[in-house]
Structure formats: structure tokens, C-alpha cells
Design a protein around this ligand. Structure first.
Ligand code: NAD
Ligand code: ZN
Length: 247
């Protein structure tokens, strides 16, 4: 059975690496971008989530971001996040590289989280560089649109996430690729693997000889490369895998 095979592979891992996407947080109530109920069926990503669109009209960006931000700030880790934290604590994963910006891996107790697309918990002023907690800015959105920088009054307060048209943070990308090349097991969870270069990370792992495990609600383009493919919800599948690990 596939869950057992995944547990077997992970039990023997010495340098396992996980990579996660929006699907791992879906059961925490944060909508994914793609797939059923994904927000890109409602919004054009280039219009709402590109750096050009943000610079042209920060208020329009924040009107969309307000809804998502409120959901993300209230979200709590689900059993999938906790299962990954326990795999890390057991020494079977050395890190969790994530495309998510919600901070839920850290909340679930993971120590080595590589944020490939930044964090939505912090906001930075593009004029003066001042930083603020997203929760403080979120509270102001009801009365101020777009929100203004508390330090300089500027209107270009941007969450510290990677928008379309922005580069990914180089140190995070380099660390993820280095760990992928050294990985003996690569566990990919809740990502459609269509955003590059993030999708190249599992590819680098496979090319260097890692065994690939894919856990996702729908088929992905990486399924044919994987030794184990489990189509299901990560909040159910990952705890099942953990419960079958060799003691
Ligand atoms: P995606 O939205 O493109 O794909 C999500 C995948 O997860 C889909 O293939 C879907 O079938 C699967 N899925 C849905 N529910 C699942 C579940 N319960 N268990 C397992 N799989 C499930 O997501 P992506 O590939 O991560 O990338 C899009 C970009 O969107 C990323 O860069 C990410 O930064 C951003 N994003 C982040 C968050 C977040 O921080 N929580 C949420 C949405 C999008
Ligand atoms: Zn400022």
C-alpha cells in the first residue's frame, strides 16, 4: 500500500527534504490559488499579485489582500503541518521548503523552514524600509486605504512576499537547491508544481538520486517521476504516514 511504502522510505531517510505548497494549508481554511475553489478562478493573478500592479494602484492590491490576510492571520496549523513537524523532529526531514507565506509551518513547530516566496506576516515600506507586523496593518485597513507607512507616511507598504515580477530570495533558493541535491528522500505536498523555479527543486532532488513521494489532492506533472504518489488531503495522508513509521 502506498502509505506504507511512503512510511518505509521516510523511515530510512537521512537527508529528507519536504517541499510544500498552498494545498498543505487548505485544511487550515486558506484557499489555494489553483484547483477547485482556487482564488485564480476569481481573480487574474497578474492584475492582483504582480509588483507592477501593486506599484500602480496599492489600494486595489490591498482591497484583495485584506480578505486573504484576514483569513491567513486567523488560521491555525492542521494535522498535515504537525505531521511534517514530527518528521523533522524525528530527524527524517532536514528542512521544509515552502511556497507558502502563511507562517503555519513555523507555528506547528518546524524549526528549519525555508520560505521561497517570503512571509505575509510582515509588511515593509518600499520608501523608507520600515517594517511592521501584518496584523497591525490589517487592523488599519478598515479606516485607511491604501495603508500608510507609520514612519514616513508613504503609500507603498508591501507584504514581504514575492509578487509576480519579483525575484525569489536568493539565499532561500540556494539553500533549497543545495538540500535537494543532497536529499535521499524528497516529499512534495500540496503543490501543483507549476510555479518555477520552485518546481525545479524536486527535479534537482530526483536528478541527484532522491526517491520522490508526492502527496496532493489532484495529479501533478511530477507524478510520473515519483516512487510513491498519494492523491488525497495532506491533513489526512501525512498523519497516516507518520503513524506507520518504523519505531
Ligand atoms: P497551487 O494553488 O497552485 O496548488 C495547490 C495544490 O494543492 C493543487 O494541486 C491542489 O490539488 C492541491 N490541494 C488542495 N487541497 C489540498 C489538500 N487538502 N491536500 C493536499 N493537496 C491539496 O499552489 P502552489 O503550487 O503552492 O502555488 C501557488 C503560489 O501561491 C505559491 O507561490 C504560494 O506562494 C502562493 N499561495 C500561498 C498560500 C499560503 O501561504 N497558504 C495560499 C495560496 C497561494
Ligand atoms: Zn516608510
Amino acid at each position: 500500500m502506498t502509505v506504507e511504502r511512503a512510511a518505509e522510505l521516510l523511515s530510512a531517510a537521512h537527508s529528507g527534504l519536504a517541499m510544500t505548497g498552498a494545498g498543505v494549508s487548505a485544511e487550515s481554511g486558506i484557499p489555494t490559488f489553483r484547483g477547485e475553489g482556487g482564488i485564480w478562478t476569481r481573480y487574474d493573478p497578474v492584475k492582483v499579485a504582480s509588483i507592477d500592479a501593486f506599484l500602480e494602484d496599492p489600494a486595489a492590491y490591498w482591497r484583495v489582500s485584506r480578505e486573504r490576510g484576514g483569513i491567513a492571520l486567523a488560521a491555525r496549523p492542521n494535522p498535515g503541518h504537525y505531521a511534517l513537524a514530527s518528521l523533522e523532529a524525528a530527524g527524517l526531514l532536514v528542512a521544509i521548503a515552502t511556497q507558502n507565506t502563511d507562517g503555519l509551518h513555523q507555528d506547528s513547530g518546524c524549526r528549519n523552514v525555508i520560505e521561497l516566496h517570503g512571509s505575509s506576516r510582515t509588511v515593509r515600506c518600499l520608501d523608507c524600509g520600515a517594517r511592521e507586523a501584518r496584523s497591525d496593518v490589517q487592523a488599519r485597513l478598515e479606516v485607511e486605504m491604501p495603508p500608510r507607512c507609520k514612519a514616513c507616511g508613504g503609500i507603498f507598504l508591501k507584504p514581504t512576499v514575492v509578487l509576480f515580477g519579483e525575484p525569489m530570495p536568493l539565499p532561500a533558493v540556494q539553500e533549497a537547491f543545495a538540500l535537494a541535491r543532497a536529499a535521499d528522500v524528497m516529499l512534495v505536498v500540496g503543490t501543483s508544481l507549476v510555479v518555477h523555479p520552485a518546481a525545479d527543486i524536486p527535479l534537482a532532488a530526483v536528478r541527484s538520486g532522491a526517491r520522490l513521494i508526492v502527496v496532493n489532492a489532484e495529479p501533478t506533472s511530477f507524478d510520473s517521476l515519483a516512487e510513491v504518489v498519494i492523491h488525497g488531503r495532506s491533513g489526512e495522508v501525512l498523519p497516516e504516514i507518520v503513524s506507520r513509521l518504523d519505531a
